[in-house]
Design a protein around this ligand. Structure first.
Ligand code: ZN
Length: 306
């Protein structure tokens, strides 16, 4: 167990009680973890640290929980540790058994009945340990698939089904599809279906709703990447005004991964190019860490949780 880790449900309650969104940031190494935590401490904001299964495979689960234990021990803010996009019961169980305070089971690409069945299986296990479970209903497109939902909202979350899903599974939060997508190219005309969000929130009342694929892909950051060797053409994200509208209409957790990766790459690329004679790994990674921290501060200010 990780001492001083905050329960996922407690952080979600804080967000719903205050009508704000908690930032949930993906980390993939010590530097990104430190950047997220330093920014949150500076803004005095509760946060959710999260890892994907591939990030766990990269770091090793012992390093994930070990580094997070050090972080929560030194940071005097509420921090939860969450599994992002668990694809089956086994990975969720592994994380729960290793002390995570929140997990996601994502069976959104399965049938409604199968999604309910597998999500409930995780909830039944998680609740023995007081661990929060996030489910997902509706389909987001992204880097793993070629499908585009532009002009076709048939894959978006159905408000009536959302309430049925929450009641049938006993989840703690629900990720919904209202027009966001994962990855670097969300489409120039990407916009959120706020009317659908309002309808969902109306059905589920104060239940915590989660937005994935919500990175803004800031031009000032992609420009630095491109200036120092990247080729990010047609990169586009979600407008900050859309994000703010989503929060004011009931989004309580916002996942950020792509913007964080871009900030890290901008800092790293600039350092490698500008001091190309240096083999000081720490100097280069520190530059990446500082860029990442600034990005997290920017997000926390936008989420109005400072
Ligand atoms: Zn996601």
């Amino acid at each position: 167990m990780i001492k001083k880790l905050t329960a996922g449900k407690e952080i979600l309650k804080w967000a719903t009680d205050n009508g704000v969104a908690v930032g949930a940031f993906n980390f993939s190494n010590m530097e990104t973890l430190q950047a997220i935590v330093e920014a949150a401490v500076e803004k005095r904001s509760p946060i959710i640290l999260q890892v994907s299964e591939s990030a766990i495979n990269y770091m090793g689960i012992g390093y994930v929980t070990g580094m997070v234990e050090v972080a929560v021990d030194t940071a005097e803010i509420p921090i939860a540790l969450h599994l992002d996009h668990g694809k089956n019961f086994d990975i969720c169980k592994l994380c729960i058994d290793n002390g995570f305070s929140s997990v996601m089971i994502d069976k959104s690409s399965s049938s409604f009945a199968e999604n309910v069945r597998q999500t409930k299986e995780v909830v039944d296990y998680a609740q023995k340990f007081g661990v929060a479970v996030e489910g997902e209903l509706g389909i987001l497109t992204g880097i793993e698939d070629d499908v585009r939902v532009a002009g076709d909202n048939s894959l978006f979350t159905n408000p009536v089904q959302a309430l049925d899903f929450i009641e049938a599974t006993g989840i703690s939060s629900l990720a919904i599809a209202i027009g966001t997508s994962h990855g670097l190219n969300k489409g120039k005309t990407a916009c959120l279906d706020i009317d659908r969000l309002i309808a969902i929130k109306d059905k589920v009342s104060n239940f915590p709703l989660v937005l994935h694929g919500a990175s803004s892909i800031y031009p000032d950051i992609t420009d630095i990447c491109n200036q120092f060797g990247a080729i990010f053409r047609d990169a586009s994200g979600i407008n900050t005004s859309d994000i703010k509208a989503a929060i004011s209409h009931g989004i309580n957790k916002i996942n950020i991964d792509t913007d964080l990766r871009l900030a890290f790459m901008a800092g790293l690329r600039r350092s490698l190019y500008q001091t190309s004679e240096s083999i000081d790994i720490r100097m280069h990674l520190n530059s990446a860490r500082l860029f990442t921290k600034d990005l997290v501060v920017r997000k926390l200010e936008m989420f109005k949780v400072s």
